[in-house]
Design a protein around this ligand. Sequence first.
Ligand code: 2AM
Length: 173
Amino acid sequence: MTNKRLFIALPLPDPLRHTICNIRDALHGQCQGRPVASANLHLTLAFLGDTPDKALPDIQALLAGLPDNYGTLILDELGCFRQQHGHVVWLGCSTIPAALAAGLAQLQQGLRALGLPVEKRPWQPHITLLRDAAPWQARLAPTLEWQTGAAGLYASTLTPQGPSYTRIDSIYP
Ligand code: 2AM
């Protein structure tokens, strides 16, 4: 039986992705670390980890029943998580809008019903910009508006050059 390392995430529209790349590059000058490739920028709703392929039809059905958007997100916070090797520096939202909270709750309920893992820690919506970086101290951040769309299902492949993400909900309908 084959497995895929799966996660469910909101993809960024290209104009916003370009703006966020500029922010990432400015932060890289201050915090160093490894910048996340433009194509890999996203906001994760759920990380499923290694999942058997036989679960894919149920996950696809769950995705099909999720909202087609999660409202408008205001990206207004730069923060960092401490990790084993340095820090993850991210752009996120200081408040979680109702549409996002409701969509996340629906997704988590569906994952639980399928016996799939659900994160127990409080959720901080974020887009990872840098890994293995120095801590980001200041809290000042630009305010960017994001009209979100539907969530996608992604497979992550770990390579020596870093992870590669492939959107698979259109490949395995
Ligand atoms: P991160 O960017 O904060 O590392 C694919 O790895 C996506 O799933 C990333 O957005 C990652 O968040 C998220 N993720 C959440 N929990 C994870 C875990 N335990 N291992 C790897 N990625 C995880």
